[in-house]
Design a protein around this ligand. Structure first.
Ligand code: AMP
Length: 469
């Protein structure tokens, strides 16, 4: 091929490549992006539920002296492998793990506890007065099968008491969980169990294995595989056939060592003292390797639809710190999913704190009025008046419609004429009456009217409380 032909073919290739690029760009321009599967947008109208829950969490944390800890979203993959355990669904199938640009194997956190324990060790919290009480809030990630109440990014509330083995800590963690649901008007029952410790669990695991082996052929495929490595997990299998088999399985509580039995009795006695409803449930094993002794789940009292979705769960994890390179450190905690809480609040129409209502809408007409309105808004806000504005809107009609929709008591109208006269118009949104006031006294005038409206509402409430005479 001569040089002329080579250049010719190169040009044709270049032209084809450019055509393709333009085509791809065109297609992307048209493409309407959608949520990644398993993710969820939390829209503004849903925020009141989230704020309500966050507020409750903060107040409970204050009441019981838990301090907030902010955790990174990524941790070393090995941390979860060692703590959560390699024979768990989370580590086997659900972690978002990848090598970063420095070739480090990291994972989006599938839960908080391992990271919090890591932070406790790394920051020498061992030297603080014990126990250390921490709480955290935020997203977790599991590559789970998305379905109702199950997302790939979901939010958890976590409370942990680290550095104390006493059963009173188990009871306090359960109390915090219980109060969280109580304050959202959700009736819950604590399903509680003890899965023993490394001293007494092996004996129970052997007894359980012997029992399950008799039904090996009837177990589900997953449970069959778990029989040798993680037989406890078969107890909380969601498969109907497995559930039939484990109904009559031996129970760990009958095989607890002296220390574990005493601990469990103490936890239950504290719960009795606190009048927290609980049910002994030998199937609550929690499925993560790091649990010891107390395990519990929080179930709503059956709803109208008869569903039993677990809202949260937790337990004691005395061996975790050691598993991840720390000194032996007893600890107990619980985690609750926020999405499930929000959907139950909505479903059961439990009351939530509504966003604060607005009192004043600031409307403007014309470029000069708009300039003044920007600063007037700041002045009203600084004077503690609950104000909003229609600065981006042009016509008065559109602004009044918005003010109506927002349910404000008064609209301040600032037009060209008012600007020249040094006045401002106050429109009573209920009666439609408009008054012109001196612009310099507008804050005073607004406050006077709001105060009067408040007094009127109080009087009305008093009359309706007394009832007709
Ligand atoms: P776990 O760490 O599995 O015990 O989960 C604690 C709580 O987090 C559960 O009780 C749920 O409320 C919530 N949770 C766990 N996984 C998911 C998920 N995939 N989607 C929504 N919430 C979840």
């Amino acid at each position: 091929m001569n040089a002329r032909n080579i250049i010719f073919y190169k040009l044709i290739n270049l032209k084809n490549w450019m055509k393709k690029e333009i085509q791809i760009k065109k297609e992307f321009k048209k493409k309407q992006f959608q949520l990644v599967r398993g993710m969820k947008d939390i829209l503004p109208e849903e925020q009141k539920y989230w704020l309500h829950i966050e507020d409750l969490v903060r107040r409970l944390a204050d009441k019981y002296s838990f301090q907030r800890i902010g955790m990174p979203i990524v941790e070393n993959t090995e941390l979860f492998k060692r703590s959560v355990g390699t024979a768990t669904d989370i580590v086997e199938k659900e972690m978002y793990s990848f090598f970063d640009k420095g070739n480090e194997n990291i994972s989006l956190r599938p839960e908080f506890t391992a990271g919090i324990a890591r932070a406790y060790i790394e920051h020498g919290m061992l030297n603080l007065p014990q126990p250390v009480k921490l709480y955290a809030l935020g997203p977790c990630f599991r590559y789970d099968k998305p379905q109702a109440g199950r997302y790939r990014q979901f939010n958890q509330i976590n409370f942990e008491i680290i550095g104390e083995a006493d059963a009173i800590c188990d009871a306090q963690v359960i109390l915090v969980a219980y109060q969280l649901y109580q304050q959202i008007n959700l009736q819950v029952v604590i399903q509680i169990n003890s899965i023993g410790c490394p001293d007494c669990r092996p004996e129970y695991e052997n007894v359980l294995k012997d029992y399950l082996k008799k039904y090996r052929s009837k177990l589900s495929e997953v449970s069959g595989k778990r029989l040798s490595k993680n037989p406890l997990r078969i107890l909380d299998s969601k498969e109907k056939d497995d559930q039939e088999i484990v109904k009559d399985a031996p129970q760990q509580v009958d095989y607890l060592c002296e220390g574990c039995r005493e601990h469990f009795i103490q936890v239950l006695e504290y719960l009795d003292e606190l009048e927290i409803p609980y049910a002994l449930n030998s199937k609550v094993v929690r499925g993560l390797d790091y649990y010891t002794r107390t395990t519990f789940e929080i179930w709503p009292v059956e709803g109208e639809d008869g569903r039993m979705v677990e809202l949260g769960g937790g337990g004691r994890y005395d061996g975790l710190a050691e598993l991840i390179g720390g000194r032996p450190t007893p600890a107990v905690g619980f985690a609750s999913g926020v999405e499930r809480l929000v959907s139950l609040i909505k479903e059961r129409k439990a009351p939530v704190k509504e966003p604060e209502s607005l009192d004043i809408f600031l409307a403007q007409l014309g470029i000069e009025a708009r300039k003044r309105a920007i600063t007037l808004f700041e002045e009203l806000y600084e004077a503690d008046i609950k104000v909003t504005e229609g600065l981006a809107r042009r016509g008065l009609k559109a602004q009044l419609e918005l003010a109506n929709k927002l349910g404000v008591k008064y609209t301040l109208i600032l037009g060209q004429k008012e600007l020249i006269d040094g006045t401002i118009m106050i429109r009573d949104m209920e009666g439609g009456i408009q008054e012109v006031v001196d612009a310099k006294k507008v804050i005073l005038e607004v406050k006077k009217r709001l105060e009067k409206a408040r007094v009127n509402v109080n009087e009305l409430n008093k009359v309706s409380a007394i009832g007709p005479t």
